[in-house]
Write a protein that binds this ligand. Structure first.
Ligand SMILES: C[S@@+](CC[C@H](N)C(=O)[O-])C[C@H]1O[C@@H](n2cnc3c(N)ncnc32)[C@H](O)[C@@H]1O
Length: 224
């Protein structure tokens, strides 16, 4: 396994990284399973199966669940998978889940992707755009690493519900309010506008209900 490190500079990003390292990583998988998020992700990924090409990068893979779903989905056909996340706490789970799978795990800041241009067939980014501090830059980075005809698959939920349970410590609630309060997306149109502004072409959208309060959106863009 190969690790590439980069210092994360922005205070907001440091805050987000700390939130995942110290708090969310502890029971992220349990939460995502109990709240129907993983099942919904899997439904969307299956519908978008034909858009996955060649080498796949998950730039914010968290605990590696989507990568595991991809391994299950493509079986013997599994493409080379690269998982990345700037939270060591989250990656620790991915390392266990994906051991012996041949998946390459890295830890760079997705706002500065440490990969050569035009080397990735599909960038698959789930459930993270609401955290990026410089969303345009991230979108440009994703486009830069895609090969021509490569695809960007982005999963997000609208409306975003990170309100924190009553069991969440106060300082964590405050950190969430201070960060996602600033970084969250205003809606699907904003996400589409950001990707299109890089020259990526919007090709598909699927929507699945997570629960009665919000839906998950799977968007596909192509580098032409
Ligand atoms: C809500 S989790 C999503 C994890 C996974 N993609 C999923 O769908 O379950 C957001 C993840 O993005 C990571 N993250 C946020 N900003 C990042 C950045 N700038 N660079 C790398 N990872 C980042 C966090 O550490 C966290 O693991």
């Amino acid at each position: 396994m190969h690790l590439v490190r980069k210092r994360v500079c922005s205070p907001d990003q440091e805050n987000i990284k700390r939130l995942y390292d110290k708090y969310f990583s502890k029971n992220y998988d349990q939460h995502m399973r109990a709240t129907n998020h993983y099942v919904t992700m899997q439904k969307i990924m299956r519908q978008l199966r034909s858009y996955f090409n060649g080498r796949i990068l998950d730039p914010t893979c968290g605990t590696g669940e989507a990568l595991k779903m991809l391994l299950d989905m493509f079986g013997a056909d599994a493409r080379l998978l690269i998982g990345n996340d700037f939270s060591d706490g989250m990656l620790a789970h991915a390392r266990i889940k994906l051991r012996n799978s041949g998946t390459l795990l890295t830890t760079f800041d997705a706002e500065d992707v440490r990969l050569a241009s035009a080397t990735i067939g599909t960038v698959f980014c789930s459930y993270t755009f609401h955290w990026f501090t410089d969303k345009e830059r991230v979108a440009q980075e994703f486009r830069r690493v895609l090969v021509p005809e490569g695809t960007l698959i982005s999963l997000e939920e609208f409306p975003l519900l990170i309100n924190g349970s009553k069991h969440m410590p106060r300082d964590v609630k405050k950190m969430i309010a201070n960060t996602v309060g600033k970084t969250k997306l205003n809606g699907l149109d904003e996400l589409i506008r950001i990707f299109r502004s890089t020259g990526l072409v919007f090709v598909d959208l699927v929507i699945e209900k997570i629960d009665d309060n919000h839906d998950m959106y799977g968007l596909v863009f192509k580098r032409v």
